[in-house]
Design a protein around this ligand. Structure first.
Ligand code: FAD
Length: 483
């Protein structure tokens, strides 16, 4: 990959323009000056510390007008940019590849309005997901998306990646929940489509291009989103199972018996749970070791009714020998502890140094076969082992069972070309053969840039390129990434 020579190189004159425009000293981190070169590091490297760019400038706009002026100036001067939210993305999309200017959205963090009757929230893109959800909790509502990075990721970043998360099963995708978007195009045009209507069939639904667009056609500055009523009763069960066949049976039973109160059904293999135990040293929720674990959450309006339903479900699946052992959270602390065995996996995976991550949609019957096939392949190649001479620590899988979304993960002691060669394109070919998707919810970023063809036909890729060229003819928006 080479830096495009058409892009201008940052000069002191450019920096001065941004400093004058934004006024606030902390809104510009100027890497050209020696003092700031350390501060800029965090914006140049991603959450996994796998991708690292060399930007010399971070700008933090405080309003939509400022975003517009920044982009117009960059477009006129052929300065490439990368939009950045909470920088928790897992495909290297949020950091520069070369010297692109980072446009970080953290200062645009205001809730604009909330309608308690319709449940519609309008907020700036830079609001942290957890902050939005806590605001909604006070109003007995819930953000229709939840994920492990909620304390850092931003709702604009969530929309830009079309994040799926832990409750998609219940509340559906952001393509349905986001009602409106305010965005800025590279030429500075402000696209005001911040509709708060649930129904609006008036021509093309252009906002959908920004949802999951990964910052390649414009910057989202605000969203409006419909938020469900918060369920007063939330219950969680965690159980161990002996085979993936039984996991599928348990999922069917859960849909059947828990129906309208089922809000999450998550899968964790035994290896992922052992790994969390090794890293955190916490006491495991169940005795013994099972090849698979599931976490089931229900959300409803009546605690007694719901916990009785979940209790009956658990008894029934144990009686039918679908589930070997299980536990129901007795209080809030235990509920959070059970969730931490699922949500904590991502963080623990990095413990040994690095991790190869694959976020895949696979027809459910075959979902876990890929983990076994990948482990066999790496083992045969002599790359997996317990001591430091082996690069691979383990090969494991977990994910959103309810959405047939597998996270295949290979924690490693060091990033290694030989491991990469064994994994790619093997994983993508495997998924393509089963008509799955090489990116279920994380996007393509730079990590999957070369692999889009495994999930999209040449016609679809050509249509995407047409849209990219139409909105961003100079190609300044998040260049070198998937499109
Ligand atoms: P960033 O990482 O900053 O950016 C992501 C992409 O969006 C980049 O391409 C960036 O250029 C673009 N972007 C950011 N903000 C804007 C904007 N305002 N306008 C235009 N483009 C923008 N994802 C899931 O889907 N489900 C999960 O369950 C899940 N769990 C996770 C757990 C952990 C511990 C971590 C670290 C990540 C997880 N993710 C998950 C990844 C997920 O994509 C991100 O956490 C989140 O959606 C990205 O938000 P962000 O604000 O951090 O965006």
């Amino acid at each position: 990959l080479k830096r495009h020579s058409k892009f201008a190189k940052l000069t002191q004159e450019h920096v001065t323009f941004f400093q004058d425009l934004l006024g606030v000293e902390s809104a510009v981190i100027d890497g050209l000056s020696k003092d700031a070169s350390e501060d800029i590091e965090a914006f140049n490297s991603d959450w996994m510390r796998k991708y690292r760019g060399h930007s010399q400038l971070v700008v933090k706009p405080g309003s939509t007008e400022e975003v517009s002026k920044i982009l117009k100036y960059c477009n006129d001067n052929l300065l490439a940019v990368v939009p950045q939210g909470g920088n928790t993305g897992l495909v290297g999309g949020s950091v520069p590849v070369f010297d692109e200017i980072v446009i970080n959205m953290q200062r645009m963090n205001k809730i604009r309005s909330f309608d308690e009757v319709s449940g519609i929230l309008v907020a700036d893109a830079g609001v942290i997901l957890e902050v939005a959800d806590n605001f909604l909790a006070d109003k007995s509502h819930i953000f229709p998306l939840d994920l492990g990075a909620k304390g850092s990721c931003q709702i604009g970043g969530n929309v830009a990646t079309n994040a799926g998360g832990l409750r998609l099963l219940r509340y559906g995708s952001l393509h349905g929940n986001v009602l409106g978007i305010e965005a800025v195009l590279p030429d500075g045009t402000i696209v005001d489509d911040l509709s708060t209507l649930r129904k609006n069939n008036t021509g093309y639904d252009i906002k959908q291009l920004f949802i999951g667009g990964e910052g390649t056609i414009g910057i989202i500055t605000a969203i409006s989103i419909v938020c469900p009523q918060r369920s007063p009763a939330v219950n969680v069960a965690y159980f161990g199972l002996e085979s993936f066949e039984q996991v599928q049976n348990a999922f069917r039973e859960a849909k059947n018996q828990l129906s309208e109160i089922l809000s999450a059904f998550e899968l964790m293999d035994g290896r992922s749970q052992r790994l969390v135990k090794t890293v955190t040293g916490k006491k495991r929720p169940l005795e013994g070791d099972h090849p698979f674990y599931c976490l089931v959450e229900t959300s409803g309006s009546n605690t007694d009714h719901d916990s009785e339903k979940l209790q009956t479900f658990l008894e029934s699946v144990m009686e039918k020998e679908i589930v070997s052992d299980g536990v129901l959270a007795q209080d809030q602390t235990q509920l959070q502890d059970l969730w931490s065995w699922r949500e904590g996996i991502s963080e623990c995976l990095g413990h040994w140094g690095g991790v190869y991550k694959y976020d895949l949609s696979i027809p459910i019957a075959d979902l876990y076969t890929l983990v076994n096939d990948t482990r066999d392949r790496l083992t045969k190649a002599g790359l997996v082992g317990e001591d430091d001479s082996y690069p691979v620590v383990d090969v494991l899988g977990y994910g959103h069972m309810g959405d047939a979304n597998l996270h295949l993960n290979v924690p490693v002691r060091r990033y290694d070309k030989e491991v990469e060669k064994q994994l790619e394109p093997f994983v993508y070919e495997w998924v393509q053969k089963r008509s799955g998707s090489i990116s279920a919810e994380h996007g393509l970023g730079i990590a999957k840039k070369s692999f889009i063809g495994y999930s999209r036909s040449p016609t679809m890729v050509a249509l995407m390129k047409q849209i990219k060229n139409l909105y961003d003819p100079n190609g300044i928006m998040n260049p070198y990434k998937y499109i």
